[in-house]
Design a protein around this ligand. Sequence first.
Ligand code: ADP
Ligand code: MG
Length: 224
Amino acid sequence: MIQVKEIKKVFRTEEVETWAISNISLNVNVGEFVAIMGPSGCGKSTLLNILGLIDTPSGGTYLLDGKDVSSLKENDRIDLRKGVIGFVFQSFNLIDELTVEENIELPLLYMGIGKRERKERVQKAMERMNIAHRSRHFPAQLSGGQQQRVAIARAVISNPKLILADEPTGNLDSKNGEEVMQLLSELHKEGTTIVMVTHSQHDAGYANRIVKLFDGHVVSELEM
Ligand code: ADP
Ligand code: MG
């Protein structure tokens, strides 16, 4: 599904150049669950943002499902992302002004799906993520664990083939973190490909493979 070859990413400001990724090659097969680990600042989020078509590499190639997506324009990246990639963030990234059900519904609105189908799918996703009893609440009225369950519902509502999760349990206590990992694990068992950044050795135990980064490159890969 993912074929990344010698990608690089440099961030430039007037004075400094930061090589967030110096050289990463990585393949992820359909149905795999890959954990990305490494110290703070080693390029994990930058890599995930490139994989998720949120950002583009400064060099190298990225094939997603065999299609070269290395240098697509922003609009084409957004179009391609729809219905293919679901993103889960450490800080949940819900929209404060929208209710739980409205947040979850958003990807379906972008995809142009009709109201009746939207409502049905949102209801199912809320029930699955055990958040239906909070459908009319706003994010600020929820616990961290509940907010992350809403974020996962929003990420999976479009049935993406690929889920990218950037430290999904980083802001959660161990009980809520475990619940989130159980949900990701279920999605993986159903065939979804997952790439997850984590600092937790325990969470990495759910993956088939652990890729360790240091200073913008891969230092080790461990099959589990
Ligand atoms: P990690 O997620 O592993 O902690 P990041 O991918 O966020 O690391 O960052 C890697 C490096 O790139 C860090 O040195 C960071 O400061 C830098 N960096 C990340 N994003 C930007 C940006 N938008 N502008 C400038 N530097 C950035
Ligand atoms: Mg990060």
